[in-house]
Design a protein around this ligand. Sequence first.
Ligand SMILES: O=C(O)CCC(=O)C(=O)O
Length: 265
Amino acid sequence: MDEDDVARFHRDGFVHLQTLLTDDEVAELEVVYDQFLRREVPVPGKDYCDMAGDYGRDPADYSIINVMLPRRYYPAWQGNVLERRALQVAEQLQGAGMALDYDQLLAKQPHKEDAVFAWHQDMAYWPDTPDTRAATVWLAIDDSTVENGCMQFVPATNEDPALRPHHPVFGGRGTSHALGTALQPGDDAVAVPIRRGDCTVHNERVMHGSGGNLSSGYRRAYVVAYRSMDTLETERALGLTHSHNDDVDVLATVGVEGQTRGRAS
Ligand SMILES: O=C(O)CCC(=O)C(=O)O
């Protein structure tokens, strides 16, 4: 990563970094990743769910398999090569005092037109804190393409004066946790195809989402999100760990349950 990458991240709200991990390093993570997908690593309750549907869906029909907090359910991943390298990236981009807030797997099954990740800003999901710095590192396990639903961003929306209004996509905490907001006139979305082992890194305010998987293969991503240590302290004091099984409803703490987070800018 060079100075231009850092400047791009701050200007656009995201950056694409090539070869965060080598093919061998990805291959090692992939073994465990696929154990999660085959449900050989037990994941309780809603921490194994579908990001593109409600909690009631039959797991066989999931379009975007979401394993939340894999490092909690497979402790040997704690401190793995992705976490080590991503922390360095997060601190280079956002400065000192960053720490891992949560990790998740997002795997779009083949031939799933509805494996759509609604447009959103991550801040809509999170409690407001004085130091909102974030760097979410999205590692491609498969080559991520327009056809299989790669990440898309609306550059520089991190500079919008206000968070956009977000709504639950499938009904609310009882049925799903996905939030979304519509694109606005003038939003110029860009698709960002990346290779296996590459990553994108985005901040807490940039608009992003992704389209369905029209290919015959998986689109697997492993995501680690870094935020300021102060924010982590506040979140944990609220009882928030980003598990979908948390007793505390993160959407309620940010005022979304059944209503809207953010406001029109
Ligand atoms: O994997 C995707 O398509 C979207 C992921 C995302 O929104 C995120 O990691 O913040």
